[in-house]
Design a protein around this ligand. Structure first.
Ligand code: FE2
Length: 542
């Protein structure tokens, strides 16, 4: 076990936007070997399975900590949240976290934080600084356990060591270290991609193949720890949605998430990984869209046909259990707090904004291709839930509506409905605050679906993002927009404003924005937006 190098270092006051963008693209372009500071579980299987399992497979009943995960708080110079999991369906007896600026040893036990007994996920409630959360997957009945400690009052630019324990009679522990963000103007590296998926059977903890398993998922995490250019790992990573595609393995979503969590922990135990929601985080279940148990006559089997086919709030039950992200302070119309669905944080002089484009896009959740054979009966899962053939999750406007502003062919919060889209209102307020703040030089937005791409055959872009959010990105001069979700002829997702021009979309120019899939090779839009590659899922490339 060895400590990895750090990505953050103090910079000079002459730092410019141009230099920042060049440095960022460099991080995305490199590939490398890598090490890890935490246990990296490997497959127990000795030969490949024939394909994804079609029945629910058991999860472990052991409790040793795994799936370590760091995320920033709202102020990354002083706030880091440490999260971890039990391996399967048994809660840890007495979980604890120890933290210190020196390695945790028998002689230096650190500051010890004890966690409470787990409570089922309830996003109507505020989290305590230390929280244990359980979530029961509604399609296979498995309950898994998540532990979170929100550390505050940390020192900027400082390395902290931590160790988590299950608190068993013979305790099992795991740990690593992290560095807080620098305070004020400073040089740092970050990395970004999405569509990570899970490794294939030979590199998965479980030894299973899931629907989107791909060994690039393993090597992509390795590359974050060692970019291979001799400049060290990034300070943190942005994971732009479609994390593991657990929604496609309807009988084993918790098992898919576990393999994802252990793969990512090889890096996320050492540096924050900040996610955005993608369409594949929206999972089938038996709840209403707001996450309340469906009460259609006929019990569990009848809920799907009645439209109660969501796994927790908006289908995001696993995501919201696993990640305790910066709080946007908003409560939705249905009483659910929207913490973590979209959020912002600042590192150095850069404001980062994570958006949930599921709330805006015209596209659906793309979840139906597992069960889309014509004239076939519903998919019946382990719990007896029945998902009708062809069902898809559609969460557009789950926070509130947008309406067309014909003068600019743009989408704006629908105040007349009494339920205007709060994410878009929050986005404009956050952008305006950042542009008024003299300590913010740059604004970086990351999300899953992209406003445009070079794909001509897939869901590479979404008109609604261009209508609702590009005018705001233009107005407030967002410097960089990172995405991921492209399918078809091009796997592109990172969008870079060419430094020689200002951000101006057709709205700002008084022209319509109606292209369903604008192509980077033609048209005036390509002069202002430059899609670059970032998707990781592909064939094996060590
Ligand atoms: Fe996607």
């Amino acid at each position: 076990m060895s400590e990895s190098s750090t990505g953050g270092s103090q910079g000079k006051a002459t730092f410019t936007r141009r230099r920042f963008i060049i440095g960022t693209v460099g991080v995305s372009a490199v590939a490398a070997l890598g090490g890890t500071v935490v246990r990296a579980p490997r497959a127990a299987a000795s030969s490949p399975p024939s394909g994804p399992p079609t029945t629910t497979l058991p999860l472990p009943t052991t409790t040793e900590p795994e799936q370590l995960l760091l995320t920033w708080g709202s102020d990354p110079a002083r706030e880091v949240t440490v999260s971890w999991n039990a391996p399967g369906t048994v809660a840890q007896p007495a979980p604890t976290l120890a933290v210190s600026t020196k390695p945790i040893t028998a002689g230096n036990p650190g500051w010890l934080i004890k966690l409470p007994d787990p409570k089922p996920l309830d996003v109507t409630q505020r989290y305590a600084d230390a929280a244990s959360v359980s979530f029961t997957d509604e399609l296979n009945g498995q309950t898994t356990y998540f532990y979170h400690v929100q550390l505050t009052g940390l020192e900027p630019g400082t390395r902290y060591y931590y160790q988590v324990s299950d608190g068993a009679a013979a305790p099992s522990t795991a740990g690593a270290s992290f560095e807080t963000a620098p305070a004020g103007r400073a040089k740092f590296r970050f990395s970004s991609y999405g569509d990570l998926a899970t490794p294939s059977w030979d590199l998965n903890t479980s030894g299973n193949i899931w629907h989107e398993s791909c060994d690039n998922s393993w090597y992509a995490v390795t590359a974050i720890e060692n970019p291979g250019d001799g400049r060290g790992a990034p300070l943190f990573h942005l994971l732009n949605g479609d994390l593991c595609y657990a929604n496609l393995d309807v009988d084993n979503a918790p098992g898919v998430w576990r393999d994802f969590g252990n793969n990512v922990a090889r890096s996320a135990a050492n540096r924050p990984w900040m996610p955005a929601l993608g369409n594949h985080e929206c999972e089938f279940g038996t709840d209403t869209r707001s996450g309340q148990p469906g009460d259609a006559p006929g019990g569990i089997a009848a809920q799907g046909a009645a439209g109660n086919h969501w796994n927790g709030p908006y289908g995001f039950g696993h995501y919201l259990s696993r990640f305790l992200l910066p709080d946007n302070g908003l409560t939705n119309w249905d009483g659910n707090r929207l913490r973590g669905n979209f959020y912002s944080f600042g590192v150095g002089t850069v404001k980062f904004i994570s958006l949930d484009a599921d709330d805006v896009i015209y596209q659906d959740g793309a979840a139906n291709y597992v069960i889309d054979t014509a004239n076939t009966p519903p998919e019946t899962t382990t719990t007896g839930a029945e998902i009708p053939n062809g069902t898809t999750n559609y969460t557009r406007f789950y926070t509130g509506g947008l309406t067309l502003d014909a003068s600019g062919n743009s989408l704006v919060p629908d105040y007349a409905s009494g339920q205007p889209n709060p994410q878009t209102i929050w986005l404009e307020r956050t952008l305006a605050d950042a542009r008024r703040d003299w300590s913010v030089d740059m604004i970086v937005v990351f999300m899953h679906q992209v406003p445009m791409s070079t794909s001509t055959s897939g869901n590479g872009s979404d008109l609604a993002i261009r209508q609702a959010w590009l005018p705001l990105f233009d107005k407030y001069e967002v410097d960089l927009v990172l995405g991921s979700s492209c399918s078809g002829g091009a796997e592109k997702g990172l969008m870079l404003c060419q430094p020689s021009c200002r951000f101006r979309s057709s709205v700002a120019l008084g022209l319509p924005v109606t292209e369903p899939q604008p192509c980077a090779a033609s048209g005036w839009l390509s002069r202002r937006w430059l899609p670059l590659g970032s998707r990781t899922a592909a064939s094996r490339t060590p």
